[in-house]
Design a protein around this ligand. Structure first.
Ligand code: AMP
Length: 395
């Protein structure tokens, strides 16, 4: 059984085709520069990567290109579109309406339309991607898997912002949380590894966007991202949590209009803003090695904020069994893991510095550490494919 996983952005459509018998990726790629000129990157398992300039004026045409490529005799891996049993779509924001993975019908599409208001930059391209797939593959079931879904188990005291209740209700303002598919995957793997379904876990998804979650017995009880993916720890170019008064203060002083402020908070802050070097932590580290103090500060801010979240989530869960690091930074940057967990013996956290520096080691805490520290590569696409398969098999 093949499941196609699609992640549609404004000018790109990333895809992975899963062979669900083996849970392996049969092919993956990206239809990029949609509506501009069109560029396809594609790799089928065991075959060479191909790159082609190919016209893709719309998302629908991008879907046609990807189906033609998957079924191509030379580059593809399946003989016909009918071999794809279903398509799973990554959805960033499901709002209060789409709270678990669901098969697409008119009602579900209407619910996703409502999310436009909450997350226009993501929802509009998602709708284009879904409609493109429905046009090109009208007989194939489509399933939505929301990044916000895993966080739906948070209690009201964790998801409520202290603003007037009527306004929160009217505009659906609450903490939603993001990267839920990743937090769900790595916490599930940690539970399996520990053999303890009741484990209290802090999952640190640290990438270009970063979020930290508290997972108690497999259920999310708090998470650092909020109404939007801006809240929480310092990110590549996103500010994370700041005193809200800073925003109107700067708008007034620097004469920044509302229309530009979103871009400012998302693109000009974080590592980039603090260091003035880059939003990429590898470049920040290179600058640190050259003695750049602002780069060092950006790095230290992230490590300190991770430490604070671990402390507060341990309090929220009344205990801690495990910390998981995942995503680009979490999986690859041993320095951030070391710095974030330094001087936390009070919490029963003891990092094995040697194991921490090695690659492909899952457990990086010492044998005596009461809290296990794990590095688990995330696999959001596999979760989307698995949910999609489950939903179409049940319906
Ligand atoms: P992501 O959004 O998960 O792709 O993560 C992007 C971030 O991870 C960037 O800040 C990169 O510097 C960092 N990153 C990705 N790969 C590596 C690597 N192999 N070594 C160190 N940092 C990495």
């Amino acid at each position: 059984m093949y499941i196609l996983v699609v992640n549609a952005g404004s000018s790109s459509l990333k895809y992975q085709l899963f062979d669900m018998d083996t849970q392996e990726v049969a092919a993956k790629g990206n239809c990029d520069r949609i509506g501009i000129d069109g560029k396809l990157t594609h790799t089928a398992a065991g075959k060479d990567k191909i790159q082609k300039d190919i016209s893709m004026p719309t998302h629908s045409q991008a879907v046609s290109v990807l189906i033609d490529t998957l079924t191509d005799k030379e580059y593809g891996c399946i003989s016909s579109m009918s071999e794809i049993s279903a398509v799973g779509h990554r959805i960033v924001h499901g709002g209060p309406w789409l709270i678990k993975s669901v098969r697409v019908d008119d009602e579900v599409l209407a619910d996703l339309e409502k999310c436009r208001d909450l997350a226009p930059l993501h929802t509009v391209p998602h709708l284009l991607g879904i409609k493109g797939c429905m046009e090109v593959m009208p007989e194939t079931p489509q399933v939505l898997v929301m990044d916000t879904a895993f966080h739906q188990t948070m209690p009201p005291e964790a998801y409520t912002y202290p603003i007037p209740h009527e306004l929160a209700e009217k505009y659906k303002i609450r903490r939603y949380g993001f990267h839920g598919t990743s937090h769900r995957y790595v916490s599930g793997k940690a539970i399996e590894y520990l053999g303890n379904p009741n484990a209290k876990i802090v999952t640190c998804h640290l990438g270009n966007g970063s979020s930290i979650s508290a997972v108690d017995g497999g259920k999310c009880v708090d998470t650092s991202m909020g109404f939007t993916p801006l809240e929480g720890v310092i990110m590549g170019s996103r500010c994370g949590a700041v005193d809200p008064a800073i925003i109107p203060f700067l708008m007034e002083k620097e004469n920044i209009p509302v229309s530009e402020m979103g871009n400012w908070m998302n693109k000009k802050c974080g590592f980039l803003g603090v260091s003035g070097v880059s939003s990429d932590l590898r470049e920040i580290e290179a600058a640190i090695n050259e003695g750049n103090e602002r780069a060092t500060l950006a790095f230290n801010v992230l490590a300190y904020q991770i430490k604070k979240y671990i402390g507060s989530y341990t309090a929220a869960m009344n205990g801690l069994d495990c910390i998981v690091f995942t995503a680009g930074i979490g999986e690859n940057n041993s320095d951030i893991r070391r710095l974030a967990l330094e001087n936390m013996s009070f919490y029963g956290i003891e990092l094995d510095e040697e194991k921490n520096r090695q690659r492909d080691v899952v457990e990086i805490s010492t044998e005596n550490s009461r809290v296990k520290v794990l590095v688990i590569p995330t696999n959001e696409e596999l979760v989307i494919a698995s949910d999609t398969m489950k939903i179409v098999s049940e319906s």
